[in-house]
Design a protein around this ligand. Sequence first.
Ligand SMILES: Nc1ncnc2c1ncn2[C@@H]1O[C@H](COP(=O)(O)OP(=O)(O)OP(=O)(O)O)[C@@H](O)[C@H]1O
Ligand SMILES: [Mg+2]
Length: 252
Amino acid sequence: MALLTVTNATVQFGGLIAVNQVSFGAEPGKVRALIGPNGAGKTTLFKAIAGEEQLASGTIHFQDQAIHTLTPHEISARGIRRTFQTGGLFGELTALENVLTGLHTQIPSSFGGLLANTRSAKAVEKAATKKALKLLDLMGIAHVAEQWARDLSGGQKRMVEIVRALATDPPLLLLDEPAVGLAPPVRLELMNIIRRLVDEENIGVILIEHAIEFVMTVSDTIMVLNNGEVIAEGAPEEIRQNKDVLEAYLGR
Ligand SMILES: Nc1ncnc2c1ncn2[C@@H]1O[C@H](COP(=O)(O)OP(=O)(O)OP(=O)(O)O)[C@@H](O)[C@H]1O
Ligand SMILES: [Mg+2]
């Protein structure tokens, strides 16, 4: 069973073709990097997968079922989770509480009230907390679990966001520039952590990054978008030497 299959996906904004006939797949335990200049269509492609933008044409299948007609909520419930380019933690909640908000979306809201004070609700809460702490520990930030999110460093915030997305064991995780704004050593560390998570949890990851050097070591495959089109796809070494990529993307 294929994890994700995008076939000839096109997204238009009026006359602008932001994503043009793009096809690719994602697999469990693999990292696919999506690189390309500003405005290439990377985030729009994520939005299309997550159901936030409609396809003008093409199809998207997840675990062999068509998802391009579903709502974002339905797609998330099936197990595709994403982090956002601009971040999205609740500053007034602790790191741990932020992670728990990701888990609570799994409990049907109509049951939420009924369950609130029952023994089973408490058991669910306890298991969720244990899992959240385990993931924070895996990311090396268990020590900030009780800190307000607004007081965390940029890198810690990014890691909490990733943990929140991971907490539901999503088969597919979409990371939109998770390392943006971080100092180079922290960026590299985050890439290493992502690699370890993928290997340990066998999830599929699609990772948007601007800078090719940061995805070289973490990725199994790199896909390069330019003006909404895939201009190259291959192993990191191939991409580094690809003439079209060097010209169009790196400006050489
Ligand atoms: N809601 C929208 N309405 C109109 N145009 C849009 C909309 N969203 C994106 N675009 C345009 O679509 C193109 C692709 O944008 P997108 O955000 O996907 O690029 P990106 O590759 O993620 O860029 P960056 O690296 O800067 O994040 C851009 O030209 C952008 O201006
Ligand atoms: Mg973007």
